[in-house]
Design a protein around this ligand. Structure first.
Ligand code: ADP
Ligand code: MG
Length: 348
């Protein structure tokens, strides 16, 4: 398990709210031309000139979305940014700014927040986004993080969920299911650790899975790749809740059906071997797992030659008419209706 190496503990009350904000945000640098004013006033000032502005927000709650017994705070900060940038990239837009709001209890020392912000800062640097504001408040128990991401795009390059047309090809970036299995491995190790705190886990064979769970990367590269290939997707969504529920969103919004081919779903070898070990069906894991933060999109048939040789992209199905339904064509060549198994707090 991940130990807290940092043993010094500075109480948050020693700094006060403004001292804390200054301390946490002092390293943030402005990189984007569109940022006129960042942190420090009542509001940030942005200028997108002739571009369209996209905006998206997410809220992460301790105990619901993350478990600090195996998620290092630095990774949590990084991942919280990725979750939001992924939504910007799913609009085929460029992420430019984020705001970060946190609610913390006095159970967290300053050093813990420094870790969280180190992850946020790393993500902002690598993905070239400015942190331009946020809010800091107290909570009675857990940690909450809300990040808002802002991005820009030309009006004509934005891609929505509702644009898929009949005969379009369904394409996915990267591979699926690894993040979910990474979580299963971490959960199992947590139980082992609880039973025997001296156990030394050997997680080498799961490193890809754990990395996908703890340190996902949003697909900033796909917009650039598609532009270079001269392909504009007809519709797009990011995969946060599992392939199944995202395919359903895309088809429902676009009023179309789909044939999704089980044998085409891209899986890393570590996903296949770990599914065998955990006695899980790899297709189910890819369909329902979630947190892969890959992009799912549709393209016109005629664009197929442009993408077919690309190792980052896999055609997994084709769009049909709405009446034909949203179906998974199994390896046995049977068509079954897809059901969403994404996490839905309202239905629970
Ligand atoms: P206000 O009282 O107007 O909400 P604050 O004192 O909360 O202002 O914030 C001062 C500045 O610091 C603002 O620019 C705000 O956006 C920024 N800020 C506050 N909390 C955070 C945070 N957790 N992360 C990044 N920026 C923050
Ligand atoms: Mg405030």
């Amino acid at each position: 398990m991940i130990e807290d190496k940092n043993t010094s503990r500075t109480s948050l009350s020693e700094l006060g709210e403004f001292g804390l904000i200054d301390h946490l945000t002092k390293n943030f640098e402005i990189q984007q031309e569109s940022t006129i004013l960042g942190i420090g006033d009542d509001a940030a000032v942005l200028d997108f000139k002739d571009k369209k502005c996209v905006l998206t927000t997410d809220l992460l709650i301790e105990g619901v979305h993350f478990d600090l017994s195996y998620v290092p705070l630095k990774h949590l900060g990084y991942k919280a940014v990725m979750v939001n940038l992924s939504d910007v990239y799913a609009m085929n837009a460029t992420a430019t700014q984020i705001t970060v709001s946190i609610a913390v209890s006095n159970r967290f020392p300053l050093e813990a927040l420094e870790e969280l912000y180190a992850g946020i800062e790393t993500a902002a640097k690598i993905y070239n986004v400015d942190v331009v504001g946020g809010d800091t408040t107290s909570s009675t128990t857990g940690l909450m993080i809300s990040i808002t991401a802002i991005g820009q795009a030309d009006k004509d390059s934005l891609v929505y969920r509702d644009g898929a047309g009949e005969n379009d090809l369904l394409v996915v970036s990267g591979d699926l299911g690894a993040a979910y299995l990474g979580l299963q491995v971490l959960e199992r190790e947590k139980q082992v650790y609880k039973a025997n705190p001296n156990s030394q886990p050997d997680l080498d064979q799961y490193s890809y899975l754990i990395e996908r769970q703890l340190k996902p990367e949003a697909r900033k590269d796909i917009k650039e790749l598609l532009k270079a290939l001269d392909v504009k997707p007809t519709s797009m969504i990011d995969i946060s809740d599992g392939l199944s529920s995202e395919v359903i969103h895309l088809c429902t919004k676009s009023k179309v059906g789909v044939n999704l081919y089980e044998e085409k779903i891209p899986l890393d070898p570590a996903v296949i071997s770990t599914c065998e070990e955990f006695k899980l069906n790899s297709t189910t894991v890819a369909l329902s797992g979630g947190e892969d933060y890959e992009l799912l999109f549709t393209i016109k048939q005629e664009d197929f030659p442009k993408i077919k040789a690309n190792p980052n992209l896999t055609v997994i199905g084709h769009i049909t008419d709405e009446k034909s339904g949203i179906g998974l064509v199994t390896r046995a060549n049977e068509k079954i209706q897809l059901v969403a198994q994404g996490w839905n707090p309202i239905k629970e």
